[in-house]
Design a protein around this ligand. Structure first.
Ligand SMILES: Cc1ncc(C[n+]2csc(CCOP(=O)(O)OP(=O)(O)O)c2C)c(N)n1
Length: 686
């Protein structure tokens, strides 16, 4: 009998208050519960909007609310830096995004603060809230997080950068590259994995040979912890500890919250194909929302009646947000092609090409790169260089020699051999307000960075509706003729010139290198800065003293002429000038235009020249097809057709996969001065 009485008393007793041990007040837990409810109701609202045809797509987070709200609760909202992934409605609510703002995104309205209707729903981003704009390609955010956290280390601020992701994202190369870097530099970063058991249909066993994502942290030299992702206080405790470690200089942590996705992958998915209804039903019994409610009631933080009122209020808040969001206007179609660049060159009156002063220092191209970087770093402490071997060695071409000695290892940073992350980290640094100049050792290795360049750097300004911009410079030596074979000779400008949002420049004289490198570093947009290897030591010239600038997007009339126009760039500026000199001995007056900027093209200058001379030869080193020559020829045909005396001709490398190594083979494909003379003469006589 005594035993029975004792048990009844225990049943009535309040269980230990775990939240107080974690430093959370009762109101905090009620706030967590309210946020979890909002997340659930926003999800359900969004789902129903797709089912009634008002919204087109949604990615539900149902089942993951505890993992999301519990982890985000550990941040200093508005101070720390957050990179949520698409499923993270609970994260963004915790950080201050309202249900109304989320539903504006679901309905692709013009006032959607994430993207103004430019991205699919669930692609979060708000500078105001410290939420970095995210994209669809899985895993591209990891190097950004590393860059943002590195910026905190360099500045000595106490921000922590937190990245959320699903377990499948840990299979991506960017995950490895970024966490490796974060471990090396003990960055103030936390990586929160919401392991919901599935990618789309592929389960963990087909995703990873080790059972837990957290196991991977050991290979990056930091801790990985596994927590019950359906227990909000467990998740909070683990993330809080990780954030504290990061904030106090103890480096990164990987927190794996093991949870379950209760809904299909997206509104387009049919999950019955890859998992049984019984499995989902069983998982519903572990649903984190009723579990938190039980805790709130058991702790008597709310009475049953108060809990009902809280739920009703949350439901009504979401319903009202939905009504208001439905009333909001869609984006104006006329704005679809705006905010491509933070500094849109095309819409401005084009500045004149500056005339270099007669005074200056004689330098070759390579020394000019190095000196200009030195000057820019000395003038502005936000400027830094990073890349493989750029520090101690000063780069394989020595373009960054001496910078580490002058400015320290932090601002002339040797990176691991991991190109995608070099660009991705630089994007993160740029998003943090620094002015990174990344070096990719050879242009041929830019291909590994394509996703970061094209999906991220180029699109961040556009996709965030102008909220974020990426003041990034990526320098890389390009071009052939040095007998370096297929993987140290490539011309890559056309790949990137095709991508709006990037600026692509190819200066080839010391004065242009100095002036355009300065303009590129000062530019708010990502600039691909291509330096032709053969110009490095071969081309010398006067570099003006002081802060000399050559604007991006302005071509150079390298030699005026009347009979025909050669439009070219890079090493072929110099070969074309030689050709023009030879043709002058035959009384031909040849104008040579060095584009200097491939994108955006200075069409005014070369179309004006074509109208005047009536004959145009485009000369470049890249393959002939689908390249700059095609773009220039099409523009001239469109704008100057009736002024032409002959068809526009292209002289370029035949379409081979890459330049071969052996000298005879290489020569057979290279465009030489003699080739230019022959092609120009033929055109002049046509
Ligand atoms: C690079 C890339 N590959 C494929 C996809 C298509 N895709 C979108 S989500 C997804 C599954 C991702 O799973 P996980 O990272 O575990 O997150 P979860 O969706 O399960 O929350 C796939 C394959 C994509 N968006 N990006």
């Amino acid at each position: 009998m005594a035993r029975v009485i004792h048990e009844r008393a225990a049943a009535r007793a309040v269980p230990p208050a775990r939240h107080r041990q974690l430093g959370l007040s009762d109101d905090d837990v009620i706030g967590m519960y309210r946020t979890v409810l909002l997340a659930r109701f926003v999800d359900q609202k969004a789902w129903s909007l797709t089912r009634t045809g008002k919204a087109r797509f949604y990615i539900p987070g149902e089942g993951q609310e505890a993992a999301q709200v519990g982890s985000a609760w550990a941040l200093r909202a508005g101070h720390d830096v957050a990179l949520p992934y698409y499923r993270d409605v609970g994260v963004v609510l915790t950080l201050g995004m309202t249900p109304y703002e989320i539903l504006l995104a679901v309905l692709a309205k013009g006032d959607d603060p994430n993207s103004g209707g430019r991205q699919m729903p669930n692609h979060w981003g708000s500078k105001r809230l410290g939420i970095i704009t995210g994209s669809s390609p899985i895993g591209t955010q990891f190097p950004h997080a590393a860059g943002l956290a590195l910026a905190s280390n360099l500045r000595g601020d106490d921000k922590v950068t937190v990245t959320w992701f699903g377990e499948a994202a840990a299979s991506k190369g960017d995950f490895h590259e970024a966490l490796n870097f974060a471990g090396i530099h003990r960055l103030p970063a936390v990586f929160v994995c919401e392991n919901n058991g599935y990618a789309i249909s592929v389960g963990m066993r087909k995703q990873s040979a080790v059972p837990d994502v957290a196991d991977r942290a050991a290979s990056y030299g930091f801790d990985g912890v596994v927590v019950d992702g359906n227990d909000i206080l467990d998740v909070y405790a683990a993330t809080l500890a990780a954030v504290a470690r990061a904030r106090t200089g103890k480096g990164p942590t990987l927190v794996e919250a093991q949870t379950y996705r209760l809904m299909p992958h997206t509104t387009d998915d049919d999950d019955s194909v890859y998992r049984s209804r019984e499995e989902v039903k069983a998982a519903r019994r572990r649903d984190p929302v009723p579990r938190l409610k039980r805790y709130v009631l058991d702790q008597r933080l709310l009475s049953g009646q108060e809990a009902v009122l809280l739920e009703q209020a949350a439901l009504e808040e979401v319903a009202e947000a939905g009504r208001q969001a439905e009333l909001a206007d869609p984006p104006r179609p006329a704005t679809a092609s705006t905010r491509v660049y933070a500094s849109p060159l095309r819409s401005r009156p084009r500045p004149a090409s500056p005339v270099p002063p007669a005074e200056g220092v004689e330098r070759n191209v390579l020394d000019t790169v190095r000196q200009t970087l030195h000057d820019l770093m000395a003038e502005d402490e936000r400027v830094m260089v990073l890349g493989e071997d750029v520090g101690l060695l000063g780069g394989v071409f020595r373009a960054t020699q001496g910078l580490q000695g002058a400015f320290g290892a932090g601002r002339a940073l040797d990176t691991p051999l991991a190109e995608s992350s070099i660009v991705g980290i630089a994007i993160g640094l740029a998003l943090a307000g620094l002015r990174p100049v990344a070096e990719i050792q050879f242009a041929d290795f830019m291909h590994s960075t394509f996703d970061q360049m094209v999906s991220e750097a180029a699109k961040i300004h556009y996709r965030s509706n102008g909220d974020f911009s990426v003041p990034l410079v990526v320098r890389t030596p390009w071009g052939g003729g040095g007998h370096r074979g297929p993987y140290h000779s490539q011309a890559i400008e056309s790949f990137y010139a095709h991508v709006a949002g990037l600026k692509v420049v190819v200066p080839s004289t010391p004065a242009d290198i100095a002036g355009m490198l300065r303009s590129a570093v000062e530019d708010p947009d990502p600039v691909l800065f291509l330096e032709h290897k053969k110009t490095y030591r071969k081309i010398t010239g006067l570099v003006p003293h002081g802060a000399w600038r050559v604007p991006i997007g302005v071509a150079d009339v390298a030699r005026p002429g009347d009979d025909m126009t050669i439009i070219t760039y890079g090493l072929h500026r110099h070969l074309s000038l030689e050709a023009a000199e030879i043709l002058a001995t035959e009384d031909y007056s040849v104008e040579v235009i060095d584009l200097r900027t491939i994108s955006p093209l200075d069409t005014d200058t070369f179309v004006g020249s074509a109208v005047r001379t009536g004959r145009v030869l485009v000369v470049h080193e890249d393959n002939v097809s689908f390249g700059v020559g095609a773009e220039v020829a099409a523009t001239v045909a469109q704008e100057a057709f009736y002024d032409l005396d002959a068809p526009v001709r292209r002289l370029a490398m035949p379409d081979v996969p890459a330049m071969p190594y052996e000298i005879g083979l290489e020569r057979a494909l290279s465009v030489t001065t003699t080739d230019i003379v022959t092609a120009a003469r033929a055109l002049l006589e046509e």
